[in-house]
Design a protein around this ligand. Structure first.
Ligand SMILES: C[S@@+](CC[C@H](N)C(=O)[O-])C[C@H]1O[C@@H](n2cnc3c(N)ncnc32)[C@H](O)[C@@H]1O
Length: 272
């Protein structure tokens, strides 16, 4: 894959953050279900999760499933959201962990961090802190986190093993990983898996469930469960193509070839 893929990801998601910040309308980065109007309730988040969030936060959502529903957060827990974007999952998590808990959101894109901090200030939330950095080199101490969440981001990492090893390192013993991510369910043509644009659009870098499991096991995780939640049918792919304005590669794809090839999945695993 293109060695400048991180630069392309930053530029693409930076552009989305600016667009959301100026017009409060997001162009969806990854998943299909996220392309619905999340402010009314979406295929990803039910009303319960969106309660209390501003439109700016909801409109910046770029995820592919709801990681918080999987995380089972408790009051007082310390949570890390990998690739926190505009902050939606960090802000939802903050309601569950409460004043005695804390949520870190980690992102590498300046514009996303700016948007997230703007959203945080607007909502007056104190127990969320956004950090600048790479998932492959998390700027936190070993064994300092109870729960790692993430939404539609690990697929963007070029080296999944580095990313998930870092996640394992910062988790406390007994901690859990509860993430949403795109997985690949069937083979697709090389033109898709080798496309930098499709990598940035969260498709080309997606692992098959078996590959995901192997990487998680290799870095030490146990109790692994990978469950496709939202299958990307050709209708959903078509709707992504219609909504994407930056990654126009979607528009050139044969939706039949992609029908059911990708899904927004829940990935759960533990550090013993
Ligand atoms: C598809 S968006 C998802 C944002 C957010 N999780 C959500 O659900 O709205 C991906 C985000 O991950 C960030 N990102 C991608 N790769 C990263 C990496 N290697 N390290 C840190 N952040 C990364 C991008 O800057 C972007 O904000």
């Amino acid at each position: 894959m293109d060695s400048n893929i991180k630069g392309k990801i930053k530029s693409y998601y930076g552009g989305i953050a600016k667009e959301v910040g100026s017009t409060t309308k997001a162009s969806c980065g990854c998943g299909a279900s996220c392309c619905g109007d999340v402010s009314k309730e979406s295929a990803i988040y039910t009303k319960e999760y969106l309660e209390g969030l501003t439109d700016d936060v909801v409109n910046a959502s770029l995820g592919c499933a709801n990681p918080v529903v999987l995380a089972g957060l408790k009051a007082g827990e310390i949570v890390l959201d990998l690739g926190s974007g505009g902050g939606i999952d960090a802000f939802i998590s903050s309601k569950y962990v409460g004043d005695k808990g804390k949520v870190y959101g980690l992102d590498m894109t300046d514009e996303m961090l700016e948007l997230a901090n703007k959203n945080k200030a607007k909502m007056g939330i104190d127990n969320v802190e956004f950090l600048k950095g790479y998932i492959e080199a998390i700027p936190l101490e070993d064994e300092s986190i109870d729960v790692i969440i993430s939404n539609c981001v690990i697929n963007l990492c070029e080296d999944k093993e580095d990313a998930l090893r870092e996640a394992y390192r910062v988790l406390k013993k007994g901690g859990r990983l509860a993430i949403a991510d795109i997985v690949q369910l069937k083979d697709v043509p090389d033109e898709i898996t080798e496309s930098a644009e499709m990598w940035v659009g969260c498709i080309a870098g997606a692992l098959k469930p078996d590959e995901y499991r192997q990487v998680l096991e290799k870095v030490g995780f146990t109790g692994i469960e990978i469950t496709p939640e939202i299958i990307y049918t050709k209708e959903i792919i078509k709707s992504i193509a219609e909504q994407k304005d930056s990654v126009d590669a979607y528009g050139r794809l044969d939706a039949e070839l992609l029908d059911g090839a990708f899904a927004g999945a829940h990935v759960k695993a533990y550090k013993e």
